[in-house]
Design a protein around this ligand. Sequence first.
Ligand code: HEM
Length: 498
Amino acid sequence: MAALSIYLAALVVGMTAAYFKFLYRRRREGEPPLVPGNFLLGSGAEFAQHAVKFLHKCKKTYGDIFTIRLLNQHVTIVMDPHSYENMTKERRFDFDPIQRQVNHNVFNFELVDARKMLSEAGKKVNGRHLHGGMKNFSDNLRNAFDKVTNLDVNGNVVKTVGEQWGHDGLRTLTSKTIFAALFYTIFGHGESQGEFEPQMFHKSFDVFHKYFNYMWLGLPAKLFPKATKALQVLCQQPSSEDMLMREGVSEYIKFATGFMKDNAQSEQDIIGHNLVFLHVNYNTFRLAFWCLYKLLENKKAHAALAEEIREFVEDKRALTTGQKVEILMEEFDKLPLLDSFIKETLRITSGVFMVRYIAEDTDFTLESGGTYRCRQGDRVATYPPAIHMDPEIYEDPEEFKYDRFVDAKFYKNGQELKHPIIAFGSLCPGKKYSLLQTKWFLMNLINSFEMELLDGESTIPDVNFYGHEILPPVHDVQVRYRLLENSHELDLVSKRSC
Ligand code: HEM
């Protein structure tokens, strides 16, 4: 009995000490207001329930900057959208520890000389590399479209054209088309290797992503056996040597693999990095899903976009001699409605948390006024979805307005916003590539397909996934689709051949 009492007393003392060391916080002079939270979770539960509502409520009470606690991490939230640029430029607000946290906690690897690798690799999806990447992507997408219009859901040969409709879940269909195209554009084609194919990877990613936020925050992967099992499937990849031999493997993967090998990184590290790269590209798949869904849900938007694309294709066809309509990347990138439609989709479905580690105590001055001391070891963050849903910036923010961004400017406190949409943060090197891929996907789909939601089908973004770059839907929706007769195949060409 005495032993039990001593044990319990020691436990209480230990837990109290741990609480004061890791969770308790007293606001120091000059620091932003501290939002009170649950003794154990901090504001974790409220944030997880509906981050945007929670942050809007905090802003009303505490103003443009305040500190919350998520489990054991204190995060200073900057709500003033005009201060976004200052935040990204402050050198003591460091992204590298965050990137390391994701690599280590979620994908189980370390990246040696990460900053150099990421900045060099980022060039492989920009500038002159964009054309090559987009050409591969468009070929892979064409193959994927051919598959879904020639095979039914059971794999039987059937051409979905004329009277013949194909049926599928919209998310599944998006996965079979754009996700498959992204997968092959990244990893190229090679001999069949068991699980290493897009649909198997997609299925495993879906499971894995459910636990992403918990693992990112540092909860041990062992707590999530389903995620561990999915990760085992995702790790079944060709060796780095075999990967480099695959036909059409991306410049990004070639460079990254070479760089990691030069740094004597292990095969397991290379596999982990391949997964991170597929994971960032997965956002393009999610964005494409939402674009398609919003198109099918909004008949007016669908008709307006179809008209813009029809006119564009007709103009290009008049200049083309062959069967296919030749299109330059620079041209389809500039279609105003298509561009606005995608931005509006990003506004509504982006869930990203833009976080930096505070390397030293930093006096941070807000554009809206006031200087606040941000504490070393905490995180500082801006939360784009809270800005994207701000009624002072966007009229009727809950409403989807496909032409909202056509020749539009947005203001907060009378000052124009430099970055109204910040779904890609300041560091994403894949922004341009991803937007081009999404535009090409949509343009081809609208040009060549008829597609409808089945009666009564609808879905919404799943706010339980706030923190993910693009939110997934709460569930899939059923659609039917078929090829349009008399549509003209679009051919992506580079300047020289056009
Ligand atoms: C809809 C698509 C995408 C969205 C919404 C998105 C969003 C983001 C965001 C929010 C970040 C963190 C940036 C920051 O905190 O400043 C990021 C980082 C990153 N993204 Fe993307 N991304 C997308 C597609 C892509 C693609 C297609 C690629 C590659 C081709 C890519 C490569 C990366 C990389 C490598 C980083 C880490 C950058 C670094 O550590 O310096 N992303 N992305």
